[in-house]
Design a protein around this ligand. Structure first.
Ligand SMILES: Nc1ncnc2c1ncn2[C@@H]1O[C@H](COP(=O)(O)OP(=O)(O)OP(=O)(O)O)[C@@H](O)[C@H]1O
Length: 323
C-alpha cells in the first residue's frame, strides 16, 4: 500500500513541530524517518497511526483519505519502543490476541500464529509465558503480534532500542528480511543514522518541521543537500572549510574524513587528538586554523604534522549543496 503525507502541520502550544511534511511512500518500501531527539518523529508516526490528529494536511493510503479515521479503522500495525505484552499470557496468546478480538475462527488463528512465529523464529517458545523469555524474544513477540493481522502498512518507532548493540545488528538484518518476505510498506523512525542507512530503501531526514532531504542512503551520505544534513550523517560530521583555503571559487568546501589520501599531497595539518575505530584512526587535526577530521590507516600521534590531499569534495553555498 502507498502512504502519502500531504502538507502535514502539527502545533503544540507555540511550537510548530511539523511544518508542512509531504512525501509519497511507495508500496513495499522500507522508509526510514531520521532525526535528532525532539524533532517530531514520533508525532509524525502517531499521526500516521491515527493516535494524533494533524492541525493541517492529509494522510492518503492507497488513494483513500484516512486522516480522520481512528487507528482501529486503518488496518495499521504499530510497534513502539515500549511495547507492552500481556505478562500473564503465553507467547501464543499474545500473538493471537488481535485476531481473537476480531472474532476469527480458532483454526485460522492457530495457522496464522504459527506462520508468523516461523517467520520470526519464535516457534519453539510459543507456549512459554512472556515473562520467561529474553528481551530480544519479547521484541519479536511484539513484532509478531503487530504483523499477524496482515496490515496495510507498518509503523515502527525505534523498536530495537531496548536491545544491546550486538543484538540490534542481528535484529536489523532480520527485520529487513521480514519486510522483504511480507512485501510490506514499513515506516520506521529512528535517531540512529547508522540504523537508518543500513535499513532504509529511502531515508527522510526530519529537521525544523520538514523533510530536509529524502534520498537513498548512499546519496544521502555522498550528496547531502544541506550542511546540516552533512554534519548530522556520518560517524564524524563532514568537514567544512572556506573554498579559498583550497583555491576554489566557492563559499565552502565539504569533505568526509575518508575522502582523503594521507601521507602525500600538499596540504598539511597537525594532529590534536586521535580516535581509533577498528583498524582505522580518526585524526582530529588543525589545518590553517580550521579543524578537520581525517581518516588514516597509518598510526599517527598527537603533535604529528601530516601531509594529505583531498580526493573528493562537495561545494556549498549558503548552507546548501551547490551542484
Ligand atoms: N502531546 C504533546 N503535547 C505537547 N508537546 C508535545 C506532545 N508530544 C510531543 N510534544 C513535543 O513535540 C516535540 C516533538 O516530540 P516527538 O516525541 O515527536 O519528537 P521525537 O523526534 O520523536 O523525539 P524522540 O526521538 O526523543 O522521541 C517535542 O518538543 C515534544 O516535547
Amino acid at each position: 500500500m502507498t502512504v502519502e503525507l500531504v502538507e502535514l502541520v502539527k502545533v503544540y502550544g507555540n511550537k510548530r513541530v511539523l511544518d508542512g511534511v509531504s512525501e509519497k511512500i511507495e508500496s513495499g518500501e522500507f522508509f526510514v524517518i531520521l532525526g535528532p531527539s525532539g524533532e517530531g518523529k514520533s508525532t509524525l508516526l502517531k499521526i500516521m497511526a491515527g493516535i494524533e490528529k494533524p492541525d493541517k494536511g492529509k494522510i492518503i493510503v492507497d488513494g483513500v483519505d484516512v486522516t480522520n479515521r481512528p487507528p482501529e479503522k486503518r488496518n495499521v500495525a504499530m510497534v513502539f519502543q515500549n511495547y507492552a505484552l500481556y505478562p500473564n499470557m503465553t507467547v501464543r496468546d499474545n500473538i493471537a490476541f488481535p485476531l481473537k478480538m476480531k472474532g476469527e475462527k480458532k483454526e485460522e488463528i492457530r495457522e496464522k500464529v504459527e506462520k508468523v512465529a516461523g517467520l520470526l523464529g519464535i516457534s519453539e517458545i510459543l507456549d512459554k509465558k512472556v515473562t520467561k523469555i529474553s528481551g530480544g524474544q519479547q521484541q519479536r513477540v511484539a513484532i509478531a503480534r503487530a504483523i499477524v493481522r496482515n496490515p496495510s502498512y507498518y509503523l515502527l518507532d525505534e523498536p530495537l532500542s531496548n536491545l544491546d548493540a550486538r543484538m540490534r545488528t542481528v535484529a536489523r538484518g532480520e527485520l529487513k528480511r521480514i519486510q522483504k518476505e511480507l512485501r510490506g510498506t514499513f515506516i520506521y523512525v529512528t535517531h540512529d543514522q547508522k540504523e537508518a542507512l543500513s535499513l532504509a530503501d529511502r531515508v527522510a531526514v526530519l529537521h525544523a518541521g520538514k523533510f530536509e532531504q529524502v534520498s537513498k542512503p548512499k546519496e544521502l551520505y555522498d550528496y547531502p543537500r544541506t550542511k546540516w544534513v552533512a554534519e548530522f550523517i556520518g560517524d564524524f560530521p563532514m568537514n567544512f572549510i572556506p573554498g579559498e583555503v583550497l583555491g576554489e571559487d566557492v563559499e565552502e568546501i565539504g569533505f568526509r574524513p575518508e575522502w582523503v589520501s594521507v601521507g602525500k599531497g600538499n596540504l598539511v595539518c597537525s594532529v590534536e587528538a586521535v580516535e581509533a575505530v577498528g583498524d582505522s584512526r580518526y585524526l582530529i587535526c588543525v589545518m590553517k586554523g580550521y579543524g578537520v577530521t581525517i581518516l588514516s590507516d597509518e598510526y599517527y600521534d598527537v603533535g604529528d604534522e601530516i601531509k594529505f590531499e583531498i580526493t573528493q569534495f562537495r561545494k556549498f553555498k549558503n548552507g546548501m549543496l551547490k551542484e
